[in-house]
Design a protein around this ligand. Structure first.
Ligand code: NAD
Ligand code: AHE
Ligand code: ZN
Length: 375
């Protein structure tokens, strides 16, 4: 198949919120610096639903969504040296070129090399899409587009992983689990004995809990409006639960009262700007740090009294938990293989690509953490 167009099934988002359509899609061969991957398993992340909703300023239609997946390299374009056909890989929406100003800074995991293209739904080389249906281009998404049996990505966006690793599990290391763990380990750097609050107990929030537990946090307070999340959250390290619906006072006040002045670290894992404010304001005066993980809709803005920062609270954010993707995703895979981090426990449902709309329904119903689709 190398060098030839491949026709395969993909879920196409034609318009915001309109059900995805399983189509025969033509996938062009990879050009210089590109890799074509046979995707075997993909999960759904809340961010896919966000872009599909039409609220993502970078959301382009028609497109192929999906960014939490694993597969096998089918072919590579000219000049690609770090992977070859047959390699098992995880596509990484956050690239790592190791050469740009960002990669060399030692201060961030963001990479500048292909970010413009991945935000514009095209490939760097010729600014075109590799996906089409009967000659009509379909946009890429986040440089990954994993809701397709084959996809083309930039070589700087591919992490090569252990051949023994089960791809139906490690696909989750493409986004949600590393994001939560890394927010704790890399961004907040939670220390033993800390008091942590987590807003939103989906996969990202539960991975924050797992990270906090492993960092030695003393109290891990989970906040969610869906009481069904509470039972499962215990298994991930959440020690106390708070449902904002049970209180008349603002949730930040509830947490300050519960913790003798506020938490040491808080994490917003929802994408709701008023919760982001609450997450900052429940932090302890003088040092409390709040990390924004959730992605908020276009036009939404955060606010608080500057006095909150003047008096020592710190507001931060994180993308992919601060992990350098190509360098560290293989390390996370190894940690999973050594049973040092969970993955299986986040997978509550398994469906097929053809059932993708049902998978999105499950995500919105609650009771679902990650749903893995077999391609
Ligand atoms: P999810 O939908 O599985 O989980 C969200 C949880 O928040 C649910 O349990 C829901 O009940 C709860 N919730 C909703 N509104 C709430 C409220 N007002 N108060 C308390 N709880 C509330 O989502 P997920 O896949 O875990 O993703 C979480 C967020 O993180 C999303 O915004 C997603 O886009 C974002 N995200 C960011 C990154 C990053 O790199 N920054 C990576 C992955 C996901
Ligand atoms: N196009 C969106 C950006 C959303 C966003 O912030 N994405 C996160 C990853 S979410 C994964 O589930 C991220 O990594 N951001 C850094 C980057 O380079 O995009 C919008 O809202 O504009
Ligand atoms: Zn994601």
């Amino acid at each position: 198949t190398a060098g030839k167009v491949i026709t395969c099934k993909a879920a196409v988002a034609y318009e915001p919120n309109k059900p995805l359509v399983i189509e025969d899609v033509q996938v062009a061969p990879p050009q210089a610096g590109e890799v074509r991957i046979k995707i075997l398993f993909t999960a759904l992340c809340h961010t896919d639903a966000y872009t599909w909703s039409g609220k993502d300023p970078e959301g382009l239609f028609p497109c192929i969504l999906g960014h939490e997946a694993a597969g096998i390299v089918e072919s590579v374009g000219e000049g690609v040296t770090e992977v070859q056909p047959g390699d098992h890989v995880i596509p990484c929406y956050q690239a790592e070129c190791k050469e740009c100003k960002f990669c060399k800074s030692g201060k961030t995991n963001l990479c500048g090399k292909v970010r413009m293209a991945t935000g514009a739904g095209i490939m760097m080389n010729d600014r075109k899409s590799r996906f089409s249906i009967n000659g009509k281009p379909i946009y890429h998404f986040m440089g990954t587009s994993t809701f397709s049996q084959y996809t083309v990505v930039h070589d700087v966006s591919v992490a090569k992983v252990d051949l023994q690793a089960p791809l139906d599990k490690v696909c989750l290391l493409g986004c949600g689990v590393p994001t939560g763990l890394g927010a704790v380990w890399n961004t907040a750097k939670v220390e033993p004995g800390a008091i942590v609050a987590i807003f939103g107990l989906g996969t990202v929030g539960l991975a924050v809990a797992e990270g906090a537990k492993s960092a030695g946090a003393l109290r891990v307070i989970g906040v969610d409006i869906d009481s069904k999340k509470f039972d499962i959250a215990k298994n991930f390290g959440v020690t106390e639960f708070v449902n904002p619906k049970d209180y008349d006072k603002p949730i930040q006040q509830v947490l300050v009262d519960l913790t003798d002045g506020g938490v040491d670290y808080s994490f917003e894992c929802i994408g709701n700007v008023s919760v982001m404010r609450a997450a900052l304001e429940c932090c302890h005066k003088g040092w409390g740090t709040s990390v924004i993980i959730g992605v908020a809709a276009s036009g939404q803005e955060i606010s608080t009294r500057p006095f909150q920062l003047v008096t020592g609270r710190v507001w931060k954010g994180t993308a992919f938990g601060g992990f350098k993707s190509r360098s560290q995703v293989p390390w996370l895979v190894d940690k999973y293989m050594k049973k040092e981090i969970k993955i299986d426990e986040y997978i509550t449902h398994n469906l097929t690509l053809g059932e993708i709309n049902k998978a999105f329904d499950l995500m919105h119903e609650g009771g679902c953490l990650r749903c893995v689709l077999k391609m």
